[in-house]
Ligand binder design. Sequence first.
Ligand code: GLU
Length: 496
Amino acid sequence: MSLNKVRVRFAPSPTGPLHIGGLRTAIFNFLFAHKNNGDFILRIEDTDKKREVLGAEKYIIESLNWCGIKVNEMPGVEGKRGPYRQSERNDIYKKHILGLIEKGKAYYAFDSAEELEWHRDDHKKKGKTFIYNWHNRLKLKNSLSMSSAEVESLINSKGKFVVRFKAPSKGFVKTSDIIRGNSEIDCKLLEDKVLVKADGTPTYHFANVVDDYEMGITHVIRGEEWLPSLALHYLIYDAFNWGKPFFAHLPLILNPNGKGKLSKRTGENAGFSVFPLKWENDGLRETGILPEALFNYLATLGSSSGNTGKTMSLKQLVKAFELNSVVSAAANFDFEKLKWYNHKHIQEKNSEKLLNDILELMPSLKDLDQLKLIKAIGLVKERATTLVDLWALAEYLFFSPKQYNEKARKKVSLEVVKKLIVLCEELESRNENKTNLLGLIKNWSNENNIPLGRVLISIRIIVVGEPSGIDLDKILSFIGFDEFVLRLNSFVNSAF
Ligand code: GLU
């Protein structure tokens, strides 16, 4: 067992925006690092330049940042084990591949793409599958089957070649995973995987193992899709004679109905994004999800440690986090559950902080009186599921309704409204204290035998536009007497 300081890494390939699944992996790594006073490293695995998408790296960093995931080492925040982009580490891979070839654990292979295709077809015709490994490697074109003079001349003539791993021809690889337990893989079945491609760049497997070793990674926590590669990774560590990190492969995140891996399309059809931030279309941030709610929900996906049925702060999640509590069964992504967490986190967050979140989302609200906004947030937040709702629920406290709900409008008595306008004129001329406006209106309706229910619903529809909203008393004291009179008049004007 390693006694080194815990060091974990999140190692995305910048081939697109960060997906919910990737973010969950980052969160589990981050929680584990915090729990153990360790380091959390972001490594950009950009060896496949053809698949790289412009802006993806920036998006990944912004998403982690938005979720409050602090990174100790990454591109731009260099530690001792950098650089943190694989495309900048070629010298390191070169040094190690030469070492492996020298040890006889890897070899040069010169077979052309056409030749390999021919072998594949030929095997297929015979009902077999072509695997480049111990049983045929001496019949193929490589540095194991050719003389060193031939090999040297092929390398010097700048012909194309790859470097392959020399997988053992017998024995078993015994792998161990914190979540999945132990497995045994028969080496005979393994392929001699390409470690260095014809363009001189490393493949995922090679760069990944070299970097985890060079960066002092103690625990590899990653998605289940990498579990089939674990045996090969073990063999590469063994070939170098390097100590291995611990491994934990996280369960998949499935679509809400449990069918298939969570996909962008299913999200779109069900009306939610599978991306934290805007990428072409709106992300979860733009739909009004709070980062702490997303973090909290994702921390429960596949793990029982954060799954308490209550909201949890980062501190509580760190305390509760256990790799041993991660389950091996896949977890369904449930947008309704995420909204439940969001609703709860909105209620628990103080209104000043919620204001900052809202302003980030809707910068035009900066023009409004900020103290009033904080007060309005406090009045409505109990009802909001998202930040977008929060503003929709508070809007009438700042602006008169743009339109009135057609059905509700019929409930307003124009007669009553006109009388209310007269009452307001009187209150104004008598210079009456109007702080308790609703109280004054109630007395007036009582004294003049005007049905109170009628008065109240009329007022609500005039000030809100809908038969909804918070306590009328609170609405009237928030908007004030002058604004109330303005809204009465604009209703009357719009009614003709
Ligand atoms: N670059 C791989 C990915 O995009 C990382 C796999 C790993 O963490 O080892 O998922």
